[in-house]
Design a protein around this ligand. Sequence first.
Ligand code: ZN
Length: 84
Amino acid sequence: MRRFRFVKWVLRPDAEPDAPPITHRFRCIALDEGDDECGAHSAEFADPGRAQEWAFGHWRANPDHTGFVEVVERPWVMWMDGPA
Ligand SMILES: [Zn+2]
């Protein structure tokens, strides 16, 4: 007879040393005359300040582009959390 051990799994942010880094990216959401989003975006940075620097640079080059969204990538992992 086969026996199965049931365990409880939880989904949690992955803070292990080998986890991928949390990254930050800014995207410009300014609309053009045709209501299309500009869509220009920064690279992904572990340092949110670097992504914000990109937004300042984009705004300086395009003074009417004042709206942005921040896209954050945070690693999560399924974690075995003891018996069910
Ligand atoms: Zn823009």
